[in-house]
Design a protein around this ligand. Structure first.
Ligand code: CDT
Length: 320
């Protein structure tokens, strides 16, 4: 009764020039596929509706606003049909998108959409924004201009209960986005709220020596392997030390024939084990049955925070 079926909808290459409708069609197909396998919750990547545009320098005069969702994303022209389909199929979805808020502020956001009520249960705005405000001087370098395009999220790491899943288990879920997963603090703030499922979409550059501050002459394949290793390392570590399941969904492949992004979408269990993982760097569903009662061991023994934490020694974490 405590088991829910979770899925990651990994998305392969999405070029800068790809029509929005083409990308949306792929997402609809992935959702259909996951639903036909019995998924109850499907996670899509960070900034899923377009290519990962923060790698380009785009000015307001070049139509920067077009890369963002304005108003309610669940009803928007470019994204709305994904949520309609989720409702139709009775499958919850979580998806990342570039958000232009009503007051003009821009965020790298994700929402959890609850199919049964047809409503947004929770919204998260990415807190750890990697990269730079200014592009690199080298025109060949891969940029990551998230600090230019987005404000750091202002909604915190808020866990939320999800009703109406199979077995009536009402799991506690939380969202993070890409770079957040590398920060133990993000996991712990969710862990302290008893989180049982962490959802994390990502776009992670494979071989991008300027970005990673690494050797330009390194073997690209080895560099990618290291990036995948670090991705899995943090998903498994965060899951284990907070006794939670985690689902991670990549946008991956070689965009524009030039920019490589790692795959490695996976579902990790509360003991830190990987339950399912992507086999390709293309559109692919990764799916696993997750027995929530298996979170209990960690939450009541090894990582029973109330009994074992020693917060008097953690002050530095929240000081400048
Ligand atoms: N999208 C995102 O946050 N990507 C970052 C790349 C790091 S920049 C060196 C990540 O942490 O995967």
């Amino acid at each position: 009764p405590n088991t829910i079926r979770l899925a990651a909808a990994q998305m392969g290459v999405t070029h800068r020039t790809d029509a929005r409708s083409k990308t949306l069609d792929r997402m609809l197909k992935l959702l259909d596929n996951a639903a036909s396998q019995g998924a109850e919750v499907v996670l899509f990547p960070e900034i899923a509706f377009t290519t990962f545009f923060p790698r380009y320098l785009i000015n307001d005069s070049d139509g920067l606003a077009d890369w963002f969702e304005h108003g309610d994303v669940t009803k928007s022209e470019n994204a709305g049909s994904l949520f309609d389909k989720a409702r139709e199929l009775g499958v919850d979805i979580s998806v990342g998108f570039a958000e232009a808020a009503d007051n003009g502020e821009r965020f790298n956001s994700s929402i959890y959409y609850h199919a049964k009520s047809g409503s947004t249960l929770s919204k998260y705005r990415k807190i750890h924004l990697p990269g730079d405000f200014e592009p690199f001087a080298d025109p060949e370098a891969t940029n990551q201009l998230e600090k230019r395009y987005f404000k750091p999220g202002d909604l915190g790491f808020e866990a939320f209960r999800v009703p109406d899943l199979a077995g009536g288990s009402q799991p506690i879920m939380g969202m993070m986005i890409c770079n957040d997963r590398r920060w133990t603090e993000a996991w712990r703030v969710l862990g302290l709220q008893g989180v049982e499922v962490v959802l994390c979409g990502y776009n992670t550059a494979g071989f991008a020596p300027d970005l990673w501050g690494s050797d330009k002459n390194a073997d690209p394949k080895e560099a990618e392997e290291t990036a995948v290793f670090h991705h899995k390392l943090v998903m498994q570590h965060g899951s284990y030390t907070n006794a939670t399941y985690s689902v991670s969904a990549a946008r991956c492949g070689v965009d524009d024939g030039k920019y490589s992004l790692i795959g490695g979408s996976c579902i990790a269990g509360p003991e830190g084990n990987i339950l399912a993982e992507a086999k390709t760097v293309e559109d692919e569903i990764v799916i696993a049955d997750c027995d929530l009662s298996l979170c209990r061991q960690g939450k009541t023994r090894t990582f029973d925070f109330a009994r074992h934490r020693r917060i008097e020694h953690y002050k530095r974490i929240s000081e400048q």
